[in-house]
Ligand binder design. Structure first.
Ligand SMILES: Nc1ncnc2c1ncn2[C@@H]1O[C@H](COP(=O)(O)OP(=O)(O)OP(=O)(O)O)[C@@H](O)[C@H]1O
Length: 418
């Protein structure tokens, strides 16, 4: 794995150093491989030596010392995801490609408002825990409903900024012509006589965290202003002459693959690089099905219901589903079960590859194959609903359906519903 050291806080935020082999120097003097324009950093503050699975960092007799996870060190071996603090600057050790996820995983199965026991989520918790102690900006990537906003909120709540505001701007839901006023604010009369003045989200987030949802939707012409804000934390309202400085952490999120947007020239490369310094991916639910039972139970507890409300059979069904709407969709289904007291049948879920609905049937498949597919889906759906209706009493279910009990048992086994 190729690694880089990325400056995530302090005056040189955004600067990075590729670590290939040998020893590198970090400090405020010219001539260091990574130069930090930070007066609280020594001339050559830190030595970084590349090892097989990480790096070794050595404090080079600095005046203000070096620390990691709040502990001062002389010599330390770092794994990807670690953050080192020198003076006011913070350096993150991150892989060159892909998200800044650490191979180490937390033993916790929740972090703030995020639940999950899968390896991917526990690795994410390790990185989030470390990032909470820094002021690094973060880019969260993931499909709809994977928990990007929840993640940003949890990061805010776990950070020293928690007493400050958490301000959300949905760039997909704001008309392009209004985005700059929404972000930076406007002076009274700036957009014509009588238009009211307003404070933008970047300023309202003073002392706290700004969450930029769907940052990929930011129009190209507004991108330089956001870049300037990210680099200098300076803004001016529409109609204003002078810049003002704010102290804000920025967490941005995107469903779109921003690197692809850059390749298509819809997103500026420099803005992407500034945003993607620390990139975290929220995996889709279908890649971490083992989290589903916990998410169901957590939702039931929140709604004041016992885990037994969702039967093992329904759970099996929910585990098999592909969840294109991810955790949001799962929570809606659980809420529906609670609210309507309605069992979940396959027909109520969008089609999954394992159990297609008639609507999802491939019409261009050969007739026999398509028919078999549909019958399988019908059988599974029917048996599920039947068992739910009869609270898993197979005899009663068989009687009501007018089929033999042994035959119903065979159907249950064939579809793995036992
Ligand atoms: N790991 C999780 N544990 C508990 N709840 C979660 C988790 N992930 C998401 N949720 C819940 O799922 C719902 C959707 O999450 P959220 O709004 O954070 O997703 P998102 O990725 O920001 O979606 P979108 O891109 O559509 O805005 C919320 O109710 C959130 O609380």
């Amino acid at each position: 794995m190729r690694l880089r050291l990325l400056v995530v806080a302090g005056p040189s935020t955004g600067r990075e150093l590729l670590l290939e082999r040998g020893t590198y120097r970090v400090g405020k003097e010219e001539g260091n491989e990574l130069r930090l324009e930070d007066s609280t950093v020594s001339r050559t503050h830190l030595l970084v030596e590349v090892l097989a699975h990480g790096v070794r960092v050595t404090d080079n007799g600095s005046s203000n010392g070096s620390s990691c996870d709040g502990l001062r060190f002389q010599v330390l071996e770092l794994r990807p995801g670690a953050v080192v603090r020198l003076g006011r600057s913070e350096l993150l050790l991150a892989p060159v490609e892909g998200p800044a996820t650490a191979p180490e995983s937390s033993s916790a199965t929740r972090w703030g408002g995020l639940h999950g026991k899968s390896l991917a989520m526990r690795q994410l918790f390790t990185v989030l825990e470390r990032l909470a102690g820094t002021s690094a900006d973060v880019l969260l990537e993931g499909e709809t409903g994977t928990g990007k906003e929840r993640c940003a909120e949890s990061l805010h709540a776990a950070s020293a900024r928690a007493p400050g505001p958490f301000v959300v701007v949905d760039l997909a839901g704001t008309p392009p012509g209004r985005i700059e006023a929404e972000l930076f604010g406007q002076l009274e009369g700036a957009l014509g006589a009588g238009t009211p003045g307003r404070t933008g989200a970047c300023e309202r987030a003073q002392g706290g965290t700004l969450f930029l949802d769907e940052v990929g939707e930011l129009p190209l012409e507004s991108q330089p202003r956001l870049l300037r804000f990210l680099e200098r934390r300076e803004l001016k309202k529409l109609g204003e002459d002078a810049y003002r400085t704010v102290d804000v952490r920025v967490v941005a999120a995107s469903q779109k693959d921003l690197a692809h947007e850059v390749a298509e020239r819809r997103f500026r490369q420099d803005l992407y690089q500034r945003l993607a310094g620390v990139r975290l991916r929220l995996p889709p639910l279908r890649e971490r099905r083992e989290d589903i039972p916990q998410l169901i139970d957590e939702a039931l507890t929140r709604l004041g219901e016992p885990p037994s409300l969702v039967s093992p059979r329904t759970r099996a069904l929910l585990m098999a589903h592909d969840w294109p709407g991810n955790v949001r969709e799962l929570l809606h289904v659980v809420e529906r079960v609670v609210r309507l007291g309605m069992p979940v049948a396959l027909a109520q879920l969008p089609s999954t590859p394992e159990a297609p609905s008639a609507a999802g049937l491939a019409r261009d498949a050969p007739y026999k194959e398509a028919r078999e597919h549909l019958l399988q889906a019908f059988e599974r759906d029917y048996v599920c609903a039947l068992l739910e209706r009869h609270r898993n009493n197979v005899s009663a279910a068989a009687r009501a359906a007018g089929i033999d009990r042994a035959y119903l048992h065979r159907l249950i086994n064939r579809h793995g519903l036992g």
